[in-house]
Design a protein around this ligand. Structure first.
Ligand code: URC
Length: 283
């Protein structure tokens, strides 16, 4: 048999955990709860080669054990931010298992907003989902990246796309007035210690959204760059931000066969194929 094992990593994905944060010593129906939910991916690297190459499972921390660990850690941790829980997870694995050389945790939060100011009723926000990625290598410090995904934003004017490359395969006409719609996702790194991850994320998202609106967009590319700059201005701790802005096309519907004018009113909304634009802006 030939072929060497050159890299490996394993773990558990989509470990979904929720937690009720409750003030102490109140009867259950008088407590004002907070409700948090994360989906956690955890992956390990280390001295696991023999499991792949020799069927020797002795070093393998079962992915089932990884799953149990998340629930045990959730009991002891406030789950205040995905970043801080991610740090607790990677520090646990690195602290407990000497043969693990690197641990990565990725977390996605389901945000539960209070429903009608109820002490115990919540409604899930399915947009602007906080994300975090924490990596800890042996001998190093946890590296925290934060992010946000599923920010579905649109503007119905103040966007155009003209003068793009001309050749015999181009059919798209120039337009100086179009819908610009995207499902933004972003991840960013920090230069140093961050006191408040949630506040940083809020400032960054507000800056991204404000800049999305505040100019005439000549392309998704230009708007992405301007948004990245705005985020860097809004968060002094941020080192670098990567934005992904799929172009959610709204194409003018052709109503001519039906003897109707269509002055930028009715559009065909397409999911696929879609333009995919990504870029990184650093300080
Ligand atoms: O802002 C845009 N950038 C592109 O690269 C592109 N390509 C395209 O077909 N439409 C657009 N719009």
């Amino acid at each position: 048999m030939s072929g060497r094992l050159t890299a490996n990593r394993y773990g558990k994905h989509q470990v979904r955990v929720s937690k009720i944060r409750r003030p102490r010593r109140a009867p259950a129906n008088q407590e004002r709860h907070e409700f948090v939910e994360y989906a956690v991916d955890v992956e390990l690297e280390g001295a696991f080669d023999v499991a792949f190459t020799a069927g020797d499972n002795r070093p393998v921390i079962a992915t089932d054990t990884c799953k149990n660990t998340i629930y045990v850690l959730a009991k002891d941790h406030p789950l205040d931010t995905p970043e801080s829980f991610g740090v607790a997870i990677v520090e646990h694995f690195m602290g407990r298992y000497e043969h693990v050389s690197r641990c990565v945790a990725r977390l996605t939060e389901t945000v539960w907003d209070r429903l009608n100011d109820s002490p115990h009723g919540f409604v899930a926000r399915d947009r602007a989902t906080p994300t975090a990625r924490v990596e800890l290598a042996r001998g190093g410090q946890p590296v925290v990246n934060s992010g946000v995904e599923k920010v579905l934003i649109a503007k119905t004017t103040e966007s155009g796309f003209v003068d793009f490359h001309r050749d015999d395969l181009r059919t798209l006409p120039d337009t100086d007035d179009r819908i610009l719609a995207t499902q933004l996702s972003a991840t960013w790194t920090y230069a140093g210690e961050v006191a408040d991850f949630a506040a940083a994320r809020e400032a960054i998202v507000n800056a991204l959204l404000g800049r999305f609106l505040d100019h005439y967009s000549r392309s998704v590319q230009e708007t992405l760059y301007l948004m990245g700059q705005a985020a860097l201005e809004a968060c002094a701790d941020m080192q670098e931000i990567t934005l992904t802005m799929p172009n959610k096309h709204h194409l003018l519907a052709n109503l001519a066969p039906f003897q109707r004018e269509n002055a930028n009113e009715v559009f065909v909304v397409t999911d696929e194929p879609f333009g995919y634009i990504t870029g990184t802006v650093a300080r």
